[in-house]
Write a new protein. Structure first.
Length: 99
């Protein structure tokens, strides 16, 4: 699966719906995270769209219309690693509850 991550300024968070309401994009895996929840300074949210090449391409087109900043591969990987780390931590926490 392929993915793309966009940086969305806090004042533009409402515009995320203009991207994810698209039929093709809505069938992809969609995740948003506040910068502070990832331990990043700044007034932004990160929008991750993961799925088919066609779905990601459509998301890129729609995000460009909304003037969302597409992260370069290096920065996107850094953000994705933080998201995965956060999800792993949450999953292991749930596992401890049921042990």
């Amino acid at each position: 699966m392929t993915y793309v991550i966009f940086e969305v300024k806090t004042e533009n968070v409402g515009k995320i719906n203009n991207v994810i309401k698209d039929d093709l994009v809505s069938r992809q895996s969609i995740l948003t995270r506040d910068a502070s929840s990832l331990g990043i300074d700044g007034d932004a949210f990160y929008l991750k769209i993961e799925g088919s090449k066609e779905g990601v391409k459509k998301a890129e087109e729609l995000a460009k219309e909304q003037k969302f900043k597409k992260l370069d591969k290096k920065k996107a990987k850094e953000i994705n690693d933080k998201i995965l780390e956060q999800e792993d931590s949450a999953a292991s926490g749930m596992g401890m509850i049921f042990d």
